[in-house]
Design a protein. Structure first.
Length: 172
């Protein structure tokens, strides 16, 4: 299932129920949103953080630098993994980034908060793919996906995603 994904831009007012709000470090706020997904799929729990752009993250035109956007994608991925870890921080350390793809749909500016959300997750044997979107207000500005591979820290090779984590990811 990824068919039709490109038609998902411009989701202003996409309805949902905010379930929890969790304060995080460095000015990022994380929350879990329960909302319906497109194309008749089951409900998806979105994971979202709010990012307040800092002046030094801009270029001369006031746009957020593309390298900063990639860093923000990492922040939302790590916070998402931490939310699944539930007190076992080593789970976060056992993933490597195998692939990342970012589409810059619109300009992201300094002076307005950005909402970064995980909108979909696909589970493989030793990897999973996270689909992320960023928006300022009701305007989607960035969309991307990342493939994370679960690694065995001792022999430094891919290993099956643990069943406890697999169950949490499947529940999304």
């Amino acid at each position: 299932g990824r068919a039709g994904r490109a038609g998902r831009a411009g989701r202003a007012g996409w309805g949902g129920l905010q379930a929890t709000l969790v304060p995080c470090k460095a000015g990022y706020n994380a929350r879990v949103i329960v909302t319906s997904h497109y194309f008749g799929r089951p409900k998806l729990k979105e994971f979202a953080i709010t990012i307040t752009p800092r002046f030094y993250e801009t270029d001369a035109l006031g746009h957020i630098n593309n390298a900063t956007i990639a860093a923000w994608f990492e922040v939302v991925r790590v916070r998402f993994l931490e939310s699944l870890a539930e007190g076992t921080p080593d789970i976060v350390k056992s993933w490597i980034l195998a692939s990342v793809h970012i589409d810059f749909i619109g300009e992201t500016f300094y002076g307005s908060d950005v909402t970064a959300k995980i909108v979909d997750a696909s589970i493989g044997n030793s990897s999973f793919t996270l689909h992320t979107e960023m928006a300022q207000g009701d305007r989607e500005t960035v969309r991307g996906k990342a493939v994370l591979v679960h690694m065995d820290p001792q022999n430094k090779s891919p290993t099956r995603i643990p069943d406890c984590l697999r169950g949490k990811l499947a529940a999304l």
